[in-house]
Design a protein around this ligand. Sequence first.
Ligand SMILES: NC(=O)c1ccc[n+]([C@@H]2O[C@H](COP(=O)([O-])OP(=O)(O)OC[C@H]3O[C@@H](n4cnc5c(N)ncnc54)[C@H](O)[C@@H]3O)[C@@H](O)[C@H]2O)c1
Length: 437
Amino acid sequence: MTYDLKKMKIAVVGLGYVGMPLAVALAKYGTVFGYDVNKTRVQELKDGWDSNRELKQAVLRSSTCQFTDDINDIADCDIYIVTVPTPIDETNEPDLAIVEKASAALGKIINKGDIIIYESTVYPGVTEDICGPILEKESGLKSGEGFILGYSPERINPGDEVHTVENITKVVAAQTEEAADLLVELYGQMNGGNIFKAKNIKTAEASKAIENAQRDINIAFMNEITVILNKMGLSSYDVIEAARTKWNFLPFTPGLVGGHCIGVDPYYLAKSAQDIGHDPKVILSGRDINDNMGPYIAQRIDHFLNSQSDANKAQKNILVLGFTFKENINDVRNTKVIDVVNTLKSYGYNVDVHDPHAQPDEVIHEYGLEILTALPKGQHYDCVCLAVNHKIYQDMTEAEILTLIGADETSVKPVVYDIKSTWKERDFSGNVIYETL
Ligand SMILES: NC(=O)c1ccc[n+]([C@@H]2O[C@H](COP(=O)([O-])OP(=O)(O)OC[C@H]3O[C@@H](n4cnc5c(N)ncnc54)[C@H](O)[C@@H]3O)[C@@H](O)[C@H]2O)c1
């Protein structure tokens, strides 16, 4: 079968962090519909408002992408790109319910010859062995003949202005050679043809899973050595600074691993390993180490605050700076800062959290936590914990940091606990106990 991309209509299914920018980018080259079940999200996008703050109003308003919450509007399309969430459940098992539901809905509207590309992060086999049969059942068409499956993992990194859709290599795969070539052409329009055609769909699925698991494990190693080095009275940042002068030292840094990719995808890989009878020891211990960093950081803060009693803790105030899962974005999904906050609260401390990017309503809704959007004035904290490396915090001067703490009012020195070592070069002139991981 030969395809003529210019004559094909495209539907992007799921307009979140991945789907919406993809739909808008593809709309520059042809007819594109953006479909989402969330009516509020669709109305916002129609109004030119992206609550994820990925695209500016002017870009959205000038896009020819047609946003809709009515699946019948996309029944006429030829290519469907599925970008719905693939989370884990409370037992850290992959939860495929959303991608299965989206597949069932698509199965009811697809026609012979259509191409269905999955971009959601999955484990090897989900596209062909789980989604394919659902599409077959609902459409009455045969996978690989009546409709063609494709997979193209998404690599965007929110908040990263260097590695963008226009310049990162995109991996693609499909059930037929012709469809794979079509994917090369489709995605190649957006990044100057910077496409890697993977051997087959399972290979493409696995490539995404191992990319994120590798990152998770590398950070886990840094977190493990941090715990060891801290026990020796050393700062891991000082040690890493020295070690990274070696040409082949991998410059990962310790910290909290949250969000919906690095902290989730390794569980997808682990599940597929377990399904075939292999115990994925490294992958799961990496997850375990990284998931324990929030409580560990809280323990360190408690140690440096040196509170002698519970009553003493109840009188101490801590300000946590940053709540999102990474710097300079507003995404709070699976943020591990909550573990630091909750552990400190469980010790009895009073904890305030500031974040200028996170949406307060969402934080209350998801975590039951009220956050400050402006830095507190006139309040003196016993500890300031810099948890997320937002630019606004990177730019703070010593004086601005010191106004947040009661440095000159008490004989007990306040603590500045700097998870990312952002303020390492600041001169606090002995007014505080300055500690990093
Ligand atoms: N966000 C990232 O940085 C990133 C990076 C790489 C890969 N991924 C992967 O991409 C996928 C999507 O992630 P995201 O961050 O964009 O998710 P998201 O939660 O931001 O957006 C998903 C959207 O899908 C919609 N949706 C849910 N069910 C639907 C259905 N049946 N039909 C149509 N729309 C539906 C939701 O309403 C939501 O708007 C996930 O598998 C994720 O792991 C995300």
